[in-house]
Design a protein. Sequence first.
Lengths: 451, 209
Amino acid sequence: MKPSGPDSWPGGRALRRSCLARAARLPAFTLLVAVAGCVTPDGGVERRTLAGLEGPIESRLGEIPERDRGLWEYRLALAALRENRPGDAAVLLDTALRRAEGVLSGPDANARRARSLFSAERTKTYIGEPYERAMAYFYRGLLYWQAGELDNARASFRAAQFADADADDAEHRGDYVLLDYLDGLASERLGGDGSDAIARAAARTQRELPAPADLGNALFVVEFGAAPRKVAAGDYGEKLTFRSGPTRAKHAVLTIGGHTLRLEPWDDLHFQATTRGDRVMDYILGNKAVFKEGADAFGDVALIGAQIAAENIYKRREEPRPPQPPARREPSRRNAGNTPGPQEKAAEAAPKAEPERDRDAERAALALGVIGVISKIASVATIAEADTRTWDNLPQYLSFGSIALPPGEYEAELEFLDSSERRIGDLSRRVLVQIGPADRDSVILLGEQAR
Amino acid sequence: MKHIRAATFAAFSAVLLLTSGCTTAGVRNASGRTVTDLRPDEAGRVRGTGPESQDIVVVTDFMARSILAIPEIARAQTPPNIVLEPVLNNTRFPINRDVFLTRLRALLNSRTENRVRFIDRAMMATLERERDLRIAGAVTTTSDPTVVEFRGADYFLTGELQGHSVRADAGTADYVLYSFHLTNARTGEIVWEDMREFKKEGLEDAAYR
């Protein structure tokens, strides 16, 4: 009896090889289909920076996926604040912060998905790293202060400091100098006792902080340097790291109304971003990376095993076989050609053993191949990359100063100096400053960046 | 053919395995949720550890009952005049402070048959302008506009929110104390004070920790 299956056909061996190749190709194709359906193509508006967009983005917020909207609200709020549109900035910050508080207050479906093997961390709703959330509260606090709501300004500064309260290292928890200082200053302005908060601020800096009683009605918050950038490091991009700089400006000098105010950095956002310590999400991404690496290695082993097994089979087939005597097919009298008798069975058993063994080996090779391909696909589909969505129009340094100025419009000179105290000409500029009624403070945000 | 079937089966298994990582199956409310009407005194699905609507309702209901029970209000021969002073927020939660006093005033005005009177100091500038128009004869008047009729305060009602927050690996806990007091406008005595306090805690998803 001839062996059944593709090997028994003309060109059967080639077909079998082709089947193996198809089996390997089909999952790869399905991978493409499956992945194409669930990834977000790069180059969408959510991947772009504020500087790279033309025209007003506010009207296009609805086009941005909900998970990225918080990022754009932060960016646009700061741009609005710098363009002296406090109403727009307040609305955008309130929306973003309410979303962040809602997400932080309990289970979140997007966050759960971000933890799964086959979804990227960036699928979670963006609320920002603690230093970004702290800055959102900080700017909201400045807006409350400008509006005369000092207690809500103080609440915002406290919320900002609280956002920084989960650092690994106790000494880096809630360690913004300016936030504690403004908390204390607000309490003093409200007629309360802010000395405790101001003492906390003083303990975190070697600089001598001005006494609240010495401050005037014009409060200047001056920012310089570029925001820390998030970079995915590690073999699979599973490690979230931060890069900053180069930052040329190290100090600023503001000349206004006959006064000169030297502004040193009070807080460094790069320091704040890098002193959080390990995130729980870092462990999750680390586990994803281990799985990805393991599945890849397992796939390699399985595919190599399949290849070796297949080569052995083909090698054995191609070896010349000793000639077999043709089986006698003499039907017994009793069975008259219908059922083979014991003699026929014995005669057919000997030549059938070799192809049976080959078929088992082939099945094993095919199974190894399929397992290998599935493992490779699982490895490719596992996304361990850290979320690098960054609030990129933040500054690096925050500074503060105050002087007493009568209400009115002033032309001021804002100069930025490098570490050698040299004036940086392309950053320095003249600015118009509006000082409001004397019964409340005027909060003025100045900095390197125009938006 | 068996091998082709096996390979196809394996490929479909791979598809299932892959798509299980990215489909919306098992995701709650994938299509969103329609707007739901809630009572303001009940906690909804969207929560926070700071002041929420149910806290505002509970606090103001409690304060309204408490104020009405004191002898200075309950046994007053004539309804006392009360001026509201802004509530002071001393927590880490920026809030709309006016909501407490607005609800408290509305409760007392609508449900107590005028046992107290509130003086509208927010309207003072408008009222003075109107009086000046009457004195100038620019508008009609039913009484002598030169006689001062603006009422002075018998009591000032105000409040304060104090907070204490803790953040640890186990989550975030927030304690908020709501206290309100009534101060005699002539003597400065605090004739009534009461408080409610709430503590809430929550733990964010590991993806944000």
